[in-house]
Each structure stands twice: as C-alpha cells, then as structure tokens.
Design a protein around this ligand. Structure first.
Ligand code: KIV
Length: 244
C-alpha cells in the first residue's frame, strides 16, 4: 500500500473512504500496524500513560516524543506518522516552531499534532507557515483535563458552538486534519460536514472521516484507565500473561 500524503488523506474524505489511525510507540507495534494496513500512526503523548504508567500525559517531553518517533519510523517507514507535541512544547510560536522542527528532523515523522482550538490557532498557523504539516486536536484535550474537569465529554448543549468555532479556527490556521475527542456524535458529524479537512474521531461517534484508537486500549493491554467508548477488539493482555 502506498504511503498516504496530506493530499491523499483529503481525497479519502472527498470519496467518503474512512481513514484509520492507531497509536504506536515502538518498533514492534509500528511494524504490526503497518502490516495490518493502517492509514496513519500517531505517536501520542498517551505514551506517558500506557507506557510509563502515569495518570496523565503532562510529563511527556519533546525528547521522549522524538525517541519514540524514531522507533516507530523504523517499524513503519511506509506509513504516514504523526507525532504529538507534548504539554509545554507550544508555549509560544517560536518555541512551537523550534520543537516541531526538532520532532520532524530528528524523529523523521510526517506531521505533528497540536492540542487546542481558537486559543492555539495563531501557534498552529506559525508552525504551518514554517513548513510543518499540523493535525489539530479539539474537544477533550488530554493536556488540559484539569481545566476541562477531567476526562469528560465536551461540547454538550450550548458548548457545542465553542467546539465548532475551535474546528473552524484550527482549519483556518492551516491544519490539514483535526482530531475530535469525546464530543457528541451529532456535533462531530456536523463539524465533519462543515470542514474541508478530514476529521478523525475518538469517542465522537461514527460521523467523522476516520477513527483513532490507542493501541493498548484496542488490544486490551492497559486496564488502569479504559475510556467508556473504547471498543476492545482483542484481549491480548491476558494472552501475554498466560504465555509468560
Ligand atoms: O495521545 C494520544 O494518544 C492522542 C489520541 C487519544 C488521539 O492524542
């Protein structure tokens, strides 16, 4: 399968083909994801939770993201790889450009992902203007869960308008794709119809242009915190335990 590009991902949306994305953090999981024919891999800062056992993503660093991106690129060189910009790496436009440039040059991935809506649009624009492809991430943004009141659904009732404004601002800033996390299905469907760029949902219903899941959640490898919306496709954790 040919490696996807920002352009071919947009064409998938236009043709109504669903985009598949999974997280991976190391060589072996990336190899399996590529063999399975996944469209995109996300080196998510969720690694701080599922790999390091932490209760949030906050402590992940740019160096951590680069280290794991190198492993993923070794395992999945023919898959489009997006790496998360971790908490604190986008505190100003210049800091964001510097960190995103390091992630691209040292990690060799294809794009970076930045959490935040209207408030982050100027920073997203600066990174895009520096020549770096950006995926946006709105709705529930795990780096700011303490502000959002925990891992809770966003955009219910009157708050829906705010999420829509975030989506439009992030698209306008130049993001080529937007992750919608934990928003009501009707809202994510509406946003997906309004936007030209593809949307990728997680806990956002079936109306998005694609879906992303955390590798460890999908395979039953991490039971410390499993979001309610997660579909566990295989329970590999107990198999591994039995094997060991
Ligand atoms: O870090 C991550 O795994 C993510 C996904 C939940 C989208 O951002």
């Amino acid at each position: 399968m040919a490696k996807k590009t920002t352009l071919s991902l947009k064409t998938m949306k236009e043709n109504g083909e669903k985009i598949t994305m999974i997280t991976a953090y190391d060589y072996s999981s990336a190899t399996l994801a590529q063999k399975a024919g996944i469209d995109m891999i996300l080196v998510g800062d969720s690694l701080q939770m599922v790999m390091m056992g932490d209760s949030s993503t906050i402590a992940a660093t740019t160096d951590d993201m680069i280290h794991h991106t190198k492993a993923v690129m070794a395992g999945a060189p023919d898959t489009f790889v997006v790496t998360d910009m971790p908490f604190g790496s986008c505190s100003s436009a210049m800091t964001a450009i510097e960190n995103a440039t390091r992630i691209m040059k040292e990690g060799r991935c294809d794009a970076v992902k930045i959490e935040g809506g209207v408030n982050m649009a100027p920073i997203i624009k600066a990174v895009v203007d520096a020549g770096i492809p950006v995926v946006g991430h709105i709705g529930l943004t795990p780096q700011t869960t303490s502000k959002l009141g925990g891992f809770k659904i966003q955009g219910k009732g009157e708050a829906a308008g705010e999420v829509l404004k975030d989506a439009l601002a992030v698209q306008e800033a130049g993001a080529f794709m937007i992750v919608l996390e934990c928003v009501p299905a009707e809202l994510s469907t509406l946003i997906s119809q309004r936007l030209d760029v593809p949307t990728i949902g997680i806990g956002a219903g079936n109306g998005t242009d694609g879906q992303v899941l955390v590798y460890h959640d999908l395979l039953g490898l991490f039971d410390k915190f499993v979001p309610k919306f997660v579909k566990v496709y295989r329970k590999i954790g107990s198999e591994i335990e039995a094997g060991i």
